[in-house]
Design a protein. Structure first.
Length: 604
């Protein structure tokens, strides 16, 4: 028994009693009742209750059973306010017509039958309307001809035709088709016999399956399980007329839609509950047939879908990858060319960038070499002067030695001292030339671990004479005994020379004795070291301070403006930073940082 209450509960709900001639487990009847619920909820605001009863005429029949049913309904619904009775099936309508005179004289009746009962002389009781749904055996034959165009044999499998719920006209129709087709009637036979017979059917045969509830042996069956047992051995397609059998082994057929019928019946019940007179609701004949097929069985029997009706509902298709992932495949098909293009473009850009980097590096090296050559040229006088000292000393010592050798008595100890002086001066000249050669050496930007103090010391020696000539005192704060950084010594020396020479030149207008160049090294947190070079000149003009490291920006009259730009590029190549700032009391200070080597970092 089904029960539903609408929103309005102020008045007594109006009962709707659905009486089906099928068994309680009938999927058709359940879909029919379910759709009535949905239709009523959508179409009426009247409170209602739904009761559902199943007469089960497929299993039970006879006067005694009818009497029992009458007693059951009289006692159960004696005091229930039934407003509408729905009779599903011709036998259910006949049962309701007899029962109505006893307990429901004024109750409206809405029937659903599947034969032309009015043409057969049936007298409708008063206050009755309904729907005659088209369901003919001819539809089964039409389905069979879709499967076997040269149809010659129909093999009937199922329960007895006179006890098939909702198929009242089939028995008469079969007799008509027996005149043009071979009808093999296996209805009512045992499942075992049916399985043997359907396994050896001729090529022009089609099996028509109707629900099996009980066979001749008295064994009860579930119609869905029975058709599975038949289809396992059948050598021909199986035609059906019930939706609940699709997918159980049948190929398909013209199906009566329980939901479509339920929706139509629900609409009519709503009209009655909303107050419309039943006399205004005419009996109508409707076609609720839906062509429905199992794609797997169509494929098994080699039946093409093109020959099916256009509006066919083909179920259980084995979907291809395209069916399942059409949008994904299209998306991938679009993405792959785009990705390929992007990858190709990125590779091209990567190679172009590498080529540009190599060219930029080469240009930097050439510019750095040119800058070193210009520095060497600017320092040439100082270098020449510095070389003159050891070379002049060597000449003097050599002349003195020659004089001593020309004497009759030679002082060997004095000659040893002269040779020692010549060796010392020679080493000094060689060291000056070594530093100059290193400055002019062409090398790639290759970072390696070097002692920072050694590079600073060598650089100070290179600019020392230049500083003396300009009256500049160089003050170097104590350097760490061991502090290794990752850089190239030649390029790092070039950075130091650039800054130091610029500082020396910037202090030309400062009074002598006050010109100082300070060098300091500080270890910072995070594994960095900072080198600072400070002068007490006029400082950097404010308008040029932020742009001092840009190419061709200079504070000197004859400067090229590339030295500091090269210095910034070199420091940046080794992962450091370089910047400049003015000192509040006058002068400028340049800072740059470098990364401490791993071993020294761990020691710190």
């Amino acid at each position: 028994m089904g029960f539903t209450i609408s929103a309005n509960a102020e008045t007594l709900p109006r009962g709707v009693l659905i009486i089906s001639e099928t068994a309680a487990e009938s999927p058709f009847a359940h879909r029919f009742v379910e759709q009535i619920h949905l239709a009523l909820d959508a179409r009426t605001v009247q409170p209602y209750q739904i009761y559902t009863e199943y007469l089960d005429f497929g299993h039970f029949a006879g006067p005694s059973y009818d009497a029992t049913l009458h007693t059951y309904f009289r006692e159960k619904y004696r005091d229930e306010p039934i407003r509408v009775i729905v009779a599903l099936g011709t036998q259910a309508l006949q049962f309701v017509s007899h029962l109505r005179s006893e307990i429901w004289q004024n109750t409206s009746v809405l029937f659903v039958t599947f034969d032309h009962l009015l043409e057969n002389g049936f007298k409708l009781p008063s206050n009755t309307t309904g729907i005659i749904a088209t369901r003919r055996f001819q539809d089964l034959v039409t389905s069979a001809r879709l499967f076997v165009p040269k149809l010659g044999t129909i093999v009937l499998v199922g329960g007895p035709l006179n006890r098939q719920p909702l198929r009242d006209g089939y028995q008469k129709d079969v007799q008509q088709f027996a005149k043009e087709l071979n009808i093999t009637d296996l209805t009512g036979r045992s499942i075992g016999e049916v399985r043997k017979r359907v396994a050896v059917l001729p090529d022009d045969a089609v099996i028509v399956y109707l629900p099996i509830y009980t066979d001749e042996t008295g064994i009860s069956h579930n119609p869905q399980e029975a058709i599975k047992a038949v289809s396992e051995v059948a050598n021909r397609p199986i035609v059906i007329d019930s939706e609940d059998l699709v997918g159980s082994g049948a190929t398909g057929g013209f199906i009566v839609s329980a939901r479509k019928i339920g929706d139509e019946v629900g609409a009519r019940i709503a009209r009655i509950l909303n107050g419309e007179d039943v006399a205004n609701i005419q009996v109508a004949t409707r076609n609720f047939i839906v062509p429905m097929f199992d794609a797997r069985k169509l494929k098994e029997w080699g039946i093409g879908e093109r020959g099916l009706p256009i509006d066919s509902d083909v179920r259980f298709r084995e979907q291809s990858i395209w069916d399942l992932y059409a949008w994904q495949i299209l998306a991938v098909a679009m993405v792959i060319p785009i990705q390929s293009f992007l990858i190709g473009w990125f590779l091209y850009e990567h190679r172009r960038r590498q080529r540009a980097e190599r060219e930029s590096r080469q240009h930097l090296l050439e510019a750095a070499k040119m800058d070193r050559a210009m520095m060497a040229s600017a320092m040439s006088a100082s270098i020449a002067h510095e070389l003159n000292q050891p070379l002049g000393a060597i000449l003097n010592n050599a002349e003195t030695a020659e004089i001593l050798l020309n004497k009759d008595s030679t002082d060997r100890n004095e000659l040893k001292e002269i040779l020692a002086d010549i060796r010392r001066d020679d080493q000094r000249a060689a060291e000056i030339i070594r530093r100059l050669r290193m400055l002019l050496k062409h090398s790639d930007l290759e970072a390696r671990e070097i002692e920072l103090a050694d590079v600073i010391t060598d650089t100070i020696k290179l600019v020392e004479h230049q500083a003396i000539e300009h009256g500049v005192t160089i003050k170097v704060a104590p350097l760490p005994a061991r502090l290794r950084v990752r850089a190239d010594p030649i390029h790092l020396q070039q950075v130091l020379l650039n800054i130091a020479l610029n500082a020396i030149e910037a202090m030309q207008n400062i009074p002598e004795g006050a010109r100082e160049l300070k060098v300091r090294v500080d270890q910072l947190e995070g594994g960095e070291v900072r080198v600072s070079i400070e002068d007490n000149g006029p400082g950097i003009p404010v308008e040029k301070l932020k742009r001092i490291f840009e190419p061709f920006v200079t504070t000197k009259r004859q400067g090229t403006g590339i030295g500091l730009s090269i210095a910034k590029t070199i420091i940046g190549t080794y992962g450091g930073r370089i910047w400049a700032e003015n000192v509040p009391n006058g002068g400028a200070i340049f800072h740059f940082t470098l990364h401490v080597a791993t071993a020294d970092l761990e020691a710190v």
